[in-house]
Design a protein around this ligand. Structure first.
Ligand code: 5GP
Ligand code: MN
Length: 317
């Protein structure tokens, strides 16, 4: 049973490194910080390594203890990957995870490749952070206010504020318990979901202006370039939420958002009802969830656009 294995491996380990996926979002960071604090509670010698943490999450408890790099020439006893589908997306994989004596992966993506020694993957969970409630409880950890805040930030991010499928009674029960503990749920909600940076606003303008529709309005397509990001001095995380602009429009089934990266474009896809966008992205070696997925398309804009549209069209009814 993986939960017992996880508990056992954590008990055995002394030095532990926590890693997560590139372009980390609230679930990646919230989950990592919750696990970090839990392991500290157990007296472990633990590092949480996440380069480029978006400013949005700097308010989370112990965010100031996040490291940019793991230890030099150190083999960690245990590597823990959180919220990450595969080793390509795991930041620091080669340096600190692959080399660790034992590895654990806790995730909620259906396309997880089961790359760790112990994989605890629950695609029914709306956030990796929500899985951590079960994992930490099974380890006898007290989920205090600080750990709770980090978990809640993860849940709020990945459920769009308790809105998406997969949110169940247990999700609300957890939030209710935090309220009883005195956590300001509303404040976390505002900081994580509602507040936008100026750069994000500028990028929104470009995304709206360039929005195009295909397949009788069922497919929305838009993009931003490196130049756009440079112009508004965009920082890590400033592109979050842009793909949702197309998704939320009447009649749209699939929203496609391309973001230029040095070797092509990073695609973010969202669907509303029937298209499995993880399957759409699989052909480009990407993945994610049924209604939210991504991939990298190593081509210039026009070709990248054509390739992704061609693939999406197959699934439109
Ligand atoms: P986003 O569009 O917000 O970047 O990502 C949506 C979902 O797809 C997230 O759960 C994210 O982890 C996953 N995802 C995004 N890009 C990739 C990718 O290139 N490969 C895989 N396997 N998953 C991705
Ligand atoms: Mn997640």
């Amino acid at each position: 049973m993986t939960l017992d294995n996880i508990k056992e491996e954590i008990e055995k380990a002394n030095t532990i490194v926590i890693l997560t996926h590139e372009s980390p979002d609230g679930d990646a960071i919230g989950s990592s910080l919750a696990m970090y604090q839990a392991l500290k509670q157990l007296g472990k010698d633990v590092d949480v390594v996440i380069p480029d943490v978006p400013k949005t999450y700097e308010f989370l408890p112990s965010a100031d203890e996040i490291k940019q790099e793991g230890r030099e020439n150190t083999v960690y006893d245990l590597g823990i990957s959180l919220d990450c589908t595969d080793t390509i997306r795991l930041v620091g994989f080669e340096k600190w995870y692959e080399t660790a004596k034992t590895t654990i992966s806790i995730d909620h993506h259906g396309t997880n490749t089961m790359f760790a020694d112990y994989n605890y993957v629950d695609p029914a969970s709306p956030a990796c952070a929500q899985i951590l409630i079960i994992v930490l409880m099974s380890m006898g950890i007290e989920i205090n206010k600080d750990i709770g805040k980090c978990i809640l930030a993860g849940i709020i991010t990945d459920t769009g504020g308790f809105r998406y499928e997969g949110v169940g009674a247990e999700t609300f029960e957890f939030a209710a318990n935090l309220l009883r503990l005195g956590v300001n749920v509303s404040e976390i909600y505002t900081k994580v979901l509602q507040n936008k940076t100026r750069a994000n606003f500028e990028l929104r303008k470009a995304v709206v202006n360039r929005m195009e529709f295909f397949e009788e309005g069922k497919v929305a397509f838009t993009y931003i370039t490196l130049e756009d990001e440079k112009k508004c001095n965009a920082q890590a995380g400033d592109h979050e939420g842009l793909v949702e602009i197309g998704r939320d429009l009447e009649g749209v089934e699939v929203s496609i958002f391309l973001r230029e990266i040095p070797n092509g474009f990073k695609a973010s896809l969202r669907s509303n009802e029937y298209v499995n966008v993880a399957e759409v992205c699989a052909i480009f070696s990407g993945g994610g969830h049924i209604k939210a997925a991504g991939c990298t398309i190593p081509y210039p804009l026009e070709q990248a656009k054509e390739k992704i549209l061609e693939r999406v069209r197959i699934f439109i009814k």
